[in-house]
Ligand binder design. Structure first.
Ligand SMILES: [Zn+2]
Length: 702
């Protein structure tokens, strides 16, 4: 067989086409047209990445003070994403005031000072903060301006062959400006460039992206899309039919998903710092091609180019040798080396008054044959960092096809990362929620107590894996939580806790989806009722399979993950027990004794887990009827029968009256106790039981 036939060609750049619909646009006012154009650009990932740059229009508005018409710059404000933004995402500023600011500008050292003047130009009390790119839009004398960073454009902008390629593709229609970080000075440079190059339709910004313009919203949109298509077509013609990055030297491992699941909790455990990390794994074609290629180490070392990419992915990725992933000392050493490298970069580049050094752990970890792993303080940031590195890989592929890839200069990178105004923005961020950075797995996650506990943890900022044997129910609960809390923070696994392989698979999935485990809530349960003489071996075993062995299997699979976080404050396992694990029950010996076994297992594990920082505690509910799967069907009938009452309202009333406090016990009450035991509020508590049963003297622990 011809070896060459196994080599797939380099992944091509996507070529966007116009998605403008005249019918949809006809009904829109000028501001809405700007929004329409922005959303079209930003929601098309062949056009631009998340965040996506910025767009503007200079529109005539009525001045609320004078009632006179006045020119207003509508420009995408600070933060957000042009693909999903709404009208309130735009800043609005008096164009004449923006132009008047130049009297305050004496040169490049004034860039930071100029940012402070922008709020003074606000039109109509609009609270949306103006972005640092506002001067680019204000100083260009065109009605509609787009600034975007699509991969194909950055590939030109970050290549030694980029300027020549720009001339070749567009003749003199598109200009070229050397690297200059965003700010007022770049706006002045652009304006001056256009003044001496009349007729130019846009300018490539080296190491960054493109800015271009037109007379109408539609023309501007189609101009932008057309330029990106030109760049993509040009690069695709030069990628050739061979592989990119010097060809493959390591092929993708068929076991890469399992390798990632094993590796991520260990890396996360070594990334000590103020906050725990969330992980994200990808083995998409771009990542696998890059990490397996001959040029991988050389290019990875260079870091990224576009400021957006750099800010999301840090100065450079950490690369690992796939042959040494089992060696903890190797992994710990690599992370320690990375932190030392980052600290050295900070020391080399810092200026008087620079903010203190931030977290030195790597964000991007690359492993040949396995793919790309990213870590950040929350799941969405970790996912986006991965996606941005995917963009950076595309950029390198294109840039190397027409010359040498050029990364951002180290000092320039530092000045962007440690920009004082960026620091001020970070300082204004709200404090993280109590469970931010924590990863929980809840068995029986589709049921009443399980789902309520998951919701409680999600609300406090945790990421949650819902494990349940009912595939459709758990997916439904997961979808609901995804709508409520965001799609990044919740996952579902089909898991029968009596099945060793399914239990292991659920924890592997948790490790791969989120990076590890901080909280186990062992909740999956059943209940049965029968007098001793009618208790079959099958019934006995069923209770012990789910309630005793199920808890054992769950805890045993969680253990290696929980142990990894000892140096970061430890972890917590919460067992959902039962009043009947403490107090004897009539006609339920199999159930009650199995629950007692689980409760004692928790105490044994509290003893065994303490040296590894694992706390183990129990919540004993009683009579949580509402929302419970256990209380659907037979158990309800059986319990009602045992008490000689009807299975409907009378049963709830029976349990209410039986309690000392005469109150219902709800799934949310159990969830509250679980949250307490899962969180640092109970950091000094292990081996405990909390009864949540509205008071039951028989169940008092002694
Ligand atoms: Zn930009």
């Amino acid at each position: 067989m011809n070896a060459r036939s196994q080599i797939s060609p380099a992944i091509p750049f996507a070529v966007p086409t116009s998605r403008w619909a005249d019918l949809a646009a006809a009904a829109l006012n000028p501001a809405e047209l700007l929004l329409y154009r922005s959303n079209l650009l930003g929601s098309d990932l062949t056009v631009t990445n998340f965040g996506g740059g910025n767009t503007s229009a200079k529109l005539i508005e009525t001045d609320p003070l004078t009632g006179e018409p006045v020119e207003v710059l509508w420009v995408k404000g600070s933060g957000g994403d042009i693909g999903s933004m709404k009208l309130d995402g735009f800043s609005t500023l008096y164009q004449d005031k923006l132009l008047g600011l130049e009297t305050h500008y004496a040169g490049p050292d004034d860039d930071d000072k100029m940012v402070g003047f922008l709020p003074h130009c606000t039109f109509n009390l609009n609270g949306r903060a103006a972005s640092i790119d506002t001067p680019l839009h204000a100083l260009l004398p065109f009605a509609h301006v787009d600034h975007v960073h699509p991969d194909a454009i950055i590939a030109l902008a970050a290549s030694s062959g980029g300027e020549a390629a720009t001339r070749e593709i567009w003749g003199g229609r598109i200009g070229w400006l050397g690297w200059k970080r965003p700010g007022y000075t770049l706006g002045v440079m652009l304006r001056d460039y256009v003044a001496v190059n009349p007729g130019v339709e846009g300018v490539m910004l080296a190491g960054h992206g493109i800015i271009c313009w037109a007379d109408s919203a539609k023309a501007c949109y189609e101009h932008t899309v057309g330029l990106i298509a030109d760049a993509a077509n040009y690069l695709n013609a030069r990628l050739g039919d061979g592989p990119a990055f010097g060809g493959a030297v390591v092929s993708p491992s068929p076991d890469r998903a399992a390798i990632a699941a094993d590796l991520m909790p260990r890396l996360r455990g070594f990334m000590t710092g103020a906050r725990r990390k969330l992980g994200h794994y990808s083995d998409d074609a771009e990542a696998l091609e890059f990490v397996g290629s001959a040029e991988f180490e050389r290019l990875a070392r260079l870091g990224t180019s576009c400021p957006d990419h750099f800010l999301r992915t840090k100065i450079a990725p950490l690369t690992l040798d796939p042959a040494r992933l089992q060696d903890d000392a190797y992994l710990a050493g690599k992370i320690a080396d990375y932190r030392a490298m980052y600290a050295a970069y900070y020391e080399r580049c810092k200026r008087p008054g620079s903010p203190a050094m931030r977290d030195a752990n790597p964000v991007v970890v690359l492993v040949p044959g396995v793919g790309r792993i990213t870590f950040a303080a929350d799941k969405t940031t970790a996912r986006l960092a991965g996606e941005f590195y995917g963009n950076a890989i595309n950029v390198m592929r294109g840039a190397e096809a027409i010359g040498d890839y050029i990364a951002l200069d180290e000092q320039e990178a530092f000045d962007i990362e440690y920009w004082l105004l960026e620091e001020a923005k970070l300082q204004r961020l709200p404090a993280p929620k109590p469970m931010a950075g924590r990863i929980a797995l809840v068995t029986g996650g589709a049921g009443g107590i399980g789902a309520a506990t998951a919701a409680r943890l999600l609300r406090e900022g945790a990421c949650v894996m819902l494990a349940d044997r009912d595939a459709s129910a758990v997916q439904e609960v997961c979808n609901g939580f995804a709508r409520q809390f965001g799609k990044d923070v919740v996952r579902a696994a089909v898991c029968d806790v009596t099945d060793e392989a399914q239990v292991q698979a659920a924890f592997d999935a948790t490790a791969r989806e989120f990076g590890g485990l901080d909280v186990l809530v062992a909740n999956a349960g059943i209940a049965s009722s029968a007098p001793l003489e009618e208790t079959t071996i099958a019934l006995w075993n069923r209770n012990y399979d789910v309630l005793a062995q199920g808890y054992f299997l769950t805890a045993r699979a969680a253990w290696p993950l929980l142990k990894r976080m000892k140096d970061q404050g430890g972890t917590s396992a919460v067992f959902i027990g039962s009043k009947n694990g403490v107090a004897a029950a009539t006609n339920a010996s199999a159930y009650a004794s199995a629950k007692a076994a689980a409760n004692h297992l928790a105490r044994c594990l509290a003893l065994e887990g303490a040296p590894a920082g694992i706390r183990v505690n129990v919540v004993n509910p009683d009579a949580v009827i509402r929302g419970s799967k256990i209380w659907d069907g037979d158990w309800r009938q059986e319990r009602a029968g045992a008490h000689g009452i009807d299975a409907g309202k009378e049963l709830e009333e029976h349990y209410r009256q039986r309690s000392m406090l005469k109150r219902d016990v709800l799934p949310e009450d159990i969830a509250e106790a679980c949250y307490f035991l899962a969180s640092d509020m109970s950091a000094k508590s292990t081996g405990n039981m909390i009864n949540v049963d509205a008071g039951n003297a028989q169940a008092f622990t002694r």
